[in-house]
Design a protein around this ligand. Structure first.
Ligand code: XMP
Length: 517
């Protein structure tokens, strides 16, 4: 049985980051809502309480009874987690001065405490809290302080219970990962055996067991998640997996054929459906962004379902849902809700059960699993691409001609990014494509005057968009080299008929979004 750490989520923005750090230590962990501890699960080796947007005094603050866990498993409270444990045991928590945000240095600390073993003198930690612990209960021992924060960390005497008011999971806490390692490896005793290879082995075995000889349907999008899910399932059940790849006519240039070919080379049993006619017909004359999305969503379900129905003995629907999709949808404070865009609304009469083999993985782990499965790098390293495709990058109504112009311009930009090499921070040669999170071209609903040869032109303008990001929740515009932008602009204007102007989008998210619609 895979041993694991449970992270109780009290709604902090950094809860996912705690999970990532622990996975990076090759220890498996799961994030569950603060009140959903899996009592009775013997594979749990330790518990971490996350931070929270609430104060322990707020009426809506999340409270949990730890009596079933304390004494049985090691516990580490982070920020609110630490304050909650101190407060509910008779400690004092009060509003903090404004200086308890940002960098601080551990001044006095117990070097031989198991949690702090190896932590360097004056180690920088990152604080971010509105409240602070001003007095700890009698049986709590302060094990670290900073100039401003007396109780930077504590341990409950004779118990495996710790609290830290700083955030060890964030990058700016320089020995933070070491402290988490001390906790999960030394204190909880986890063996650091979680790896993409072990994930593939155990998941393939589980899928075989779960699915047996049933037939499974999976919708492929060309993206990383659905591709990895398909190859994983293919390894488990082979020809009993049928993949459906719908072309709505709004993919990148040649993408449908190229990706279909890749899928066939990977040995997948895949049905490619060219439904572009239907989508173009239904989108005719529609310029409202939400309306466009709705039509595409509805048509997609119709086309997918028509294909799925043909597989009359299917018992399962597989999806490439990954962990952040689920955490965002489940976010307990209700503040961030991102609906995910997978196939929805399958016919009820088909009575399919849901299979989501990647539902516990982060994006970079999905990529590692993909490499482990031998999926080629150009599929693994692909930028995210929106479900409604180029429809959300053509402002205004959609025609085949506009799609053609955008595909050509986009193709020049993306090829350019792949071909332009730069040195990364370690001196390694990488392409600009690999340095940005996502890139594409937007076709603007404006024409502008230009001059080509001796002729006056009155043609379309396009905008280039390239962003850096780690999760698409926030993003910055990519600082691409001017020489590169000059070359792409030149190529587009010279080679794409109908375009005489290229702009570069320098907005970050927020307040803008990555896509223009
Ligand atoms: P925004 O534009 O909201 O995009 O900053 C964030 C990320 O989500 C992608 N995106 C979509 N993906 N269906 C999708 O599958 C959609 O309707 C959709 N809209 C945006 C976008 O490309 C970016 O990666």
């Amino acid at each position: 049985m895979e041993e694991k750490i449970i992270i109780l989520d009290f709604g902090s923005q950094t809860t996912q980051l705690i999970g990532r750090r622990i996975r990076e230590l090759n220890v498996y962990c799961e994030i569950v809502p603060y009140n959903k501890f899996p009592h009775g699960d013997e594979s749990v080796k330790g518990v971490i309480l996350s931070g929270s947007p609430f104060s322990v005094y707020d009426r809506e603050a999340f409270k949990v009874d730890l009596s079933g866990i304390r004494g049985k498993l090691p516990i580490l409270g982070i920020c609110y987690g630490a304050q909650f444990i101190a407060y509910t045991n008779g400690g004092k928590v009060e509003p903090a001065g404004s200086r308890e945000y940002g960098r601080a240095r551990l001044g006095r600390f117990e070097h031989d405490n198991p949690l702090l073993k190896g932590v360097r003198e004056h180690s920088q930690v990152w604080m971010s809290h509105g409240d602070t612990i001003t007095a700890v209960p009698d049986n709590f021992r302060v094990i670290a302080s900073t100039d401003e924060v007396a109780v930077a960390a504590y341990q409950v005497e004779d118990e495996q219970v710790w609290g830290v008011q700083f955030h060890p999971e964030v990058y700016h806490s320089v020995d933070g990962t070491l402290m988490l390692k001390n906790f999960v490896v030394d204190i909880c005793g986890c063996r650091q055996t979680w790896s993409s290879a072990s994930f593939v082995d155990s998941t393939v075995a589980e899928l075989k067991e779960q699915i047996g000889n049933d037939r499974v349907i999976l919708g492929l999008s060309g993206g990383v998640d659905s591709s990895v899910a398909a190859v994983l399932l293919n390894r488990a059940i082979g020809r009993n997996l049928t993949c459906i790849f719908v072309d709505h006519g709004l993919l990148r240039k040649n993408e449908f054929h190229d990706v279909l070919h890749d899928y066939e080379c990977l040995g997948l049993n895949v049905i490619g459906v060219d439904a572009s006619e239907k989508f173009f017909k239904d989108l005719e004359g529609v310029s409202d962004p939400e309306q466009k999305r709705k039509i595409i969503g509805r048509d997609f379900v119709e086309v997918f379902n028509a294909e799925a129905r043909k597989i009359t003995d299917a018992r399962w629907l597989a999806q490439g849902t990954i962990y952040p999709d689920r955490i965002e949808s489940l976010n307990i404070t209700g503040k961030v809700i991102k609906s995910h865009h997978n196939v929805g609304g399958l016919p009820k009469e088909m009575n399919l059960r849901l299979c989501e083999p990647l539902k516990w993985l982060f994006k970079d782990e999905v990529r590692r699993v993909g490499r482990e499965l031998g999926i080629p790098e150009h599929l693994i390293g692909r930028h995210p691409f929106p479900g409604p495709g180029l429809a959300v990058r053509i402002l205004g109504d959609i025609t085949r001609e506009k799609v053609r112009i955008l595909q050509d311009a986009d193709d020049i930009f993306i090829r350019g990014l792949r071909d332009w090499k730069v040195k990364d921070a370690d001196g390694k040669e990488v392409s600009l494509y690999d340095q940005v999170w996502q890139a594409g071209v937007i076709l603007l609903p404006v024409r502008s005057v230009g001059v080509m040869g001796d002729e006056r032109t009155y043609e379309r303008a396009v905008a280039l968009r390239a962003v850096t990001s780690t999760d698409a929740m926030t993003a910055d515009w990519a600082h691409l080299p001017y020489d590169f932008l000059a070359q792409v602009s030149n190529d587009i204007i010279n080679k794409v008929k109908g375009v005489n102007r290229v702009a570069y989008d320098i907005s970050s998210k927020p307040p803008s979004t990555i896509e223009w619609e």
